[in-house]
Design a protein around this ligand. Sequence first.
Ligand SMILES: Nc1ncnc2c1ncn2[C@@H]1O[C@H](COP(=O)(O)OP(=O)(O)OP(=O)(O)O)[C@@H](O)[C@H]1O
Length: 675
Amino acid sequence: MSESASDVPRLPAADVAAKGSVRSSRFLGRLLRQRSLLIWGTVVGIIALSAVLAPLLSPFDPDTGVLADSFAPPSTEHWLGADRYGRDVLTRVLYGGQVALLAAVQAVAIALGIGVPAGLAIGYAGGWLDRILMRLVDGVMSVPFLVLAIAVIAALGPGLHNAMAVVGIVYAMSVLRLVRGEVLSAKEELYVDGLKVSGAGGPRILFRHILNNIAPPIIVQATLMFATAIVAEATLSYLGLGVTQPTASWGSMLSEAQATIRQNFFLAVPPGIAIFITVLGINQVGEGLRDLFSREITVGRLGLNVVRKTRPTASEREIFAGEPDQPSALEVRDLSVSFPQAGGQRVQVVQNVDLRLRRGELLCLVGESGSGKSVTAMSMLGLVSHPGVVTASSVRLGDEEISGLDFKAMRSIRGNRIGVVFQDPLASLNPTFTVGNQMCEAIMEHRDVPRREARRLTIDLFERVGIPNPEQRLDDYPFQFSGGMAQRVMIAMALSCDPEVLVADEPTTALDVTVQKQILDLLVGLRDERGLSILLITHDLGVVAEVGDTVATMYAGQIVESGPVAEVFAQPRHPYTQGLLDSIPRNVAPAGALPSIRGTVPQPIDWPVGCRFADRCDFATDACRRSPVPLAPTVDPGHSTRCVRVDELRLAGIGDEQSQVAAVLSRASGRDGVA
Ligand SMILES: Nc1ncnc2c1ncn2[C@@H]1O[C@H](COP(=O)(O)OP(=O)(O)OP(=O)(O)O)[C@@H](O)[C@H]1O
């Protein structure tokens, strides 16, 4: 039971303020579309209501009967007949429902009352307390609850409350396990670190934030436990350990029916059906809730509202005007991304980004860590996780507008038209399946081909990305691949859908320089042969010099400069780009301290009104700090900058030609051919 409930993903780093009424109405909308959940919820509701209203619905006393009616068959007076003591069976089934539901409520309340706080505390505290208590829990859970119930009842005497208390305590152990597991992983979330840093105490973090995020699996667990508690009550009463005569309960009715089965076998049918339908109904409700929460969370995590389309502002500049008239492969306008911070307020981490990747071009997105490169690229693909919010006035893939598309449509685009390669290939592959298996699955997901054909395509792709002996390597597991080879597998996987655009997020960062060079050569080869348009995220300007056609520099969530690589490197138009170029280690300068940009990137919450780089810039004046600086075209075609002093400054680059730049950088960094 705990396994199925824990399949429900936790709500990710969500903040109460971030949810609000829009989310609740979306949730309600999905709830109303869950037909099975609604039908079974209604069935369970009717059963519960008829149990509660039993005294109104039935004129008979459940515990006393008329002996003359003993074993009476179903009739207009006794719809389901009468038992051996002449008691109305339907009345006893209705009252038995009361007992079953009350018993289940008691067990579940005890389970949650003990399991949730204990799981929260143990998971949050960790350490020796966690180790000792978890061994204890394992011990309790290894004893069948019936044995425990018999032991407790032997000590305290029979009775429904004692029996269900035992059931509740046993269930509490599985709730505790579930909650503890959820807390352990929730503790790793960034928002918890943020809360700790902001001074929030343990109880507040646990009850206000973590508990809120892990509520869905607990709710599902509680529902499923409710169903098993009903079965437990029936079993214990059947054995005479729960409800005692003459009180009506479904278990005790079965027990009586068994004693008189020769005289009237039908007496076992009504309580049997009551148990069956109630348990089935509650389980179906549990399953439905799990689906509901899973969909809600998956959808949120992957960003169902992938990019919320905003209206182009009246003043939106023709930022790409004057650029070479080459069709766009991927283009974004006025893209902003925000996340809620600890405390509830939303902060933009990427702001008003305009970016254009032309067909067959390799565009490098560079900038210091935290400047917003990955969030920008992922948001264009609808991969910013909930509770991030992405807005843009336009995201175009080729000729198609993809902002505002729903999750399903975006998923199909990601799978078929855009390939993505991440930094750590081994983390992106499932260690328990062979790479061939994973490749074939990926191909079959997007193309209607049989496995044999998928395998043949995989071999072709492996050959193309330079994996030697592809046929044999298909049957290897990810751990049998070196970092470079695993990255080739990831590139092959990204190419399996024959995409128009490849987004590569720092694909060579984890690799040594020789392998870096091979992977970069592979990307360049793909651009040249297939006309693939590549958005390459990197912080290595040497890589940009080596492979980039165009470059966009990001700083503090904004593009501050963009243009052809050779031109930007020869004559940067923004002091930040110049600072990055200066900071590249090269042995053309005499020995001494390596130049670096003073200061650090400001946090999104501290971004200044004017130029965000002003505090680190040697050329900043009051004018720079006064008001936001727009990204504006320079006199050079296709070259834009976000600097108010662009016309006055003559910033030094590091060469006239891109090839020279690459040569300088490669010599300087000692990498053979890779700058
Ligand atoms: N899920 C998130 N929740 C809150 N803030 C986030 C989240 N993801 C990213 N950020 C913030 O967005 C900003 C940009 O992050 P991003 O990862 O895009 O930077 P980057 O330039 O790619 O850095 P790196 O080179 O280190 O990957 C950072 O301030 C980061 O803290």
